[in-house]
Design a protein around this ligand. Structure first.
Ligand code: ATP
Length: 264
């Protein structure tokens, strides 16, 4: 899949959340998007998935501007690029496996989905997805009974049920402790490698981007201020992104256990 962002922009009233975002992803990669709060990271992902309408520019996926799709074609695109959110967005009182099967709803006719008539195949696929994420034993529990890290893995299993061609993860580990953050990032990386699909992941933390991503785009005030290999993400590049002065402390943007220990 080839993705070309061409001057993608979003203005809220007079506030320019994303300005002229231009970049090309010409093979399936794990792309990290980093930057301080308000840099435009969420808005970027929401525009790609059409949860937020762009006010300018284009997003060409294999040559088709997905921002111009309407009706069924738009819904198919939204199924093709599964979203994962910081707050998991599960139905708390429903059991885990049903939450996962909800990922199939887009592909079902409305009557069948209203009556909860999931096919046996959907159940088998949901259990397989949970197994892949190492949480099959929790299938029958209510989603709310699981830890944050487990809930995020349920959300990833639900995303897999869409058979996505791309995964957009908006701060998927921001609510998690370091150990669960690692498990969730490893799961996303494995999916990228096994399925050969692009994963675009908004992250707050530099070390996570360095560890799990192939390429990193740094945003500040809606603009790209860094675009390079994860290995090029030096402390001085990070200063540029975060706008921090000489006192910039990497550990402050870190979730790793080592870095936390170093600041304690
Ligand atoms: N619905 C909205 N209405 C008005 N302004 C908005 C809206 N959504 C986002 N913004 C503004 O757009 C800018 C970018 O926000 P966005 O949430 O994309 O940033 P972010 O980098 O994802 O930040 P965070 O890391 O805090 O989630 C911010 O200035 C924000 O206030």
């Amino acid at each position: 899949m080839r993705i070309e962002f061409k001057a993608l922009s979003k203005t809220f009233g007079t506030a320019r959340a994303v300005r002229g975002f231009t970049a090309t992803v010409d093979r399936p990669i794990m792309l990290g998007v980093i930057g301080p709060s308000g840099a435009g990271k969420s808005t970027l992902l929401r525009m790609i998935n059409r949860l937020t309408e762009a006010t300018g520019g284009a997003c060409l996926v294999d040559g088709t501007d997905v921002l111009a799709l309407r009706g069924g074609a738009k819904r198919r695109w939204q199924r093709d690029c599964a979203m994962i959110f910081q707050q998991f967005n599960l139905v708390p009182r429903l059991d885990v496996v049903t939450n996962v099967m909800l990922g199939r709803l887009n592909g079902m006719n409305t009557a069948a989905s209203l009556f909860g008539l999931f096919a046996r195949r959907d159940l088998e696929d949901a259990l397989a997805a949970l197994d892949r994420l190492g949480i099959a034993e929790h299938a029958m529990k209510r989603a709310e009974a699981l830890s944050g890290g487990q809930q995020q893995r349920v959300a990833i299993a639900r995303a897999l049920m869409q058979r996505p061609k791309m995964i957009l993860a908006d701060e998927p580990i921001a609510s998690l402790d370091p150990m669960n953050a690692e498990i969730v990032m490893q799961a996303l990386r494995r999916i990228h490698e096994d399925e050969g699909i692009t994963v675009i992941c908004n992250l707050h933390t530099l070390d996570t981007a360095r560890t799990y991503c192939d390429r990193v785009i740094g945003m500040r005030l809606g603009e790209i201020v860094f675009d390079g290999a994860a290995s090029e993400l030096t402390t001085s590049a990070a200063r540029e992104i975060y706008g921090a002065g000489a006192a910039f402390n990497e550990a402050a943007t870190s979730t790793s256990l080592d870095a936390l220990a170093a600041t304690a």
